[in-house]
Design a protein. Structure first.
Length: 256
């Protein structure tokens, strides 16, 4: 469905109760697969395991409100983002793939608005970052569950806004730089899974982190920048427990 600049457009003031895709929704090289305009509402957006939503720019651009968004298929943007949000998404659940790709691909998900809950058991990936949370943007709860992967060429997660709670049971990774780069505000990070950055630091912090609860799969977490206010070691056994390897660090952390 869709062969122009926009595959599906939900206009200002309009409401779509259920948008369910089991096939293909796409747009031209300079277009978006789905656009939810400012003042528009989509109550339920479901992309099934056989569904593909694609765009030359973003696959999905939300400026309005999406109450529930579920993806178990593929959401992909060639020239920018898999998902671009400058509106509000209440509940976003991904068990499929959300990605950017191609010469202009940048971010799997860019958030410039508000996401209440982002739950990932699939893949979120971008050539620049898997997840980019911009200045002024908010993610209340980010759960990267077991089996979930958030990764990018530059950073796995780039946060310049606010993330209240980040729970990682899966993998956050960077191919060439920093796993988690924070210049904004992070509330509580609980890292039970792994943050991977073979050519950089796993966490680089120039913003604020309230609490870091760390296991990192028992592998030393490389960290640079300002220390969190509180650092808690998660202990699984006498041989598997959280370790921190700091470089060029500043600040004082309460260690428990």
């Amino acid at each position: 469905m869709g062969d122009g600049s926009i595959g599906i457009l939900n206009h200002t003031g309009s409401t779509i109760s259920i948008l369910s895709n089991t096939g293909t929704i796409g747009a031209s090289d300079n277009g978006n697969g789905i656009v939810n305009s400012s003042g528009g509402t989509i109550i339920s957006l479901d992309n099934s395991s056989t569904g593909t939503i694609s765009g030359g720019l973003a696959a999905i651009s939300n400026i309005g409100v999406i109450t529930n968004m579920t993806n178990s298929g593929t959401i992909q943007g060639a020239g920018g983002n898999g998902l671009y949000n400058s509106g509000t998404i209440i509940d976003l659940t991904n068990s499929g793939t959300i990605r950017s790709f191609g010469m202009g691909g940048q971010y799997g998900i860019t958030n410039s608005g508000n996401i209440s809950a982002l739950n990932n058991t699939g893949v979120i990936s971008g050539l620049t970052s898997g997840l980019d949370n911009n200045f002024g943007a908010t993610i209340t709860t980010l759960l990267n569950a077991t089996g979930g992967s958030i990764g990018g060429g530059g950073t796995g997660i780039n946060n310049a806004g606010t993330i209240d709670t980040l729970l990682n049971n899966g993998q956050i990774s960077s191919s060439f730089s920093t796993g988690l780069f924070n210049s904004g505000n992070l509330g509580v990070i609980t890292n039970i899974g792994q943050i991977l950055a073979p050519f950089g630091n796993m966490i680089s912090n120039s913003g604020g982190i309230s609490t870091l609860n760390n296991l990192n799969g028992g592998v030393a977490l490389t960290y640079t920048g300002t220390l969190p206010s509180s650092y808690n070691i998660i202990i699984n056994s006498s041989t598997q427990f959280g370790k921190l390897a700091g470089s060029a660090i500043s600040g004082i952390a309460t260690i428990v």
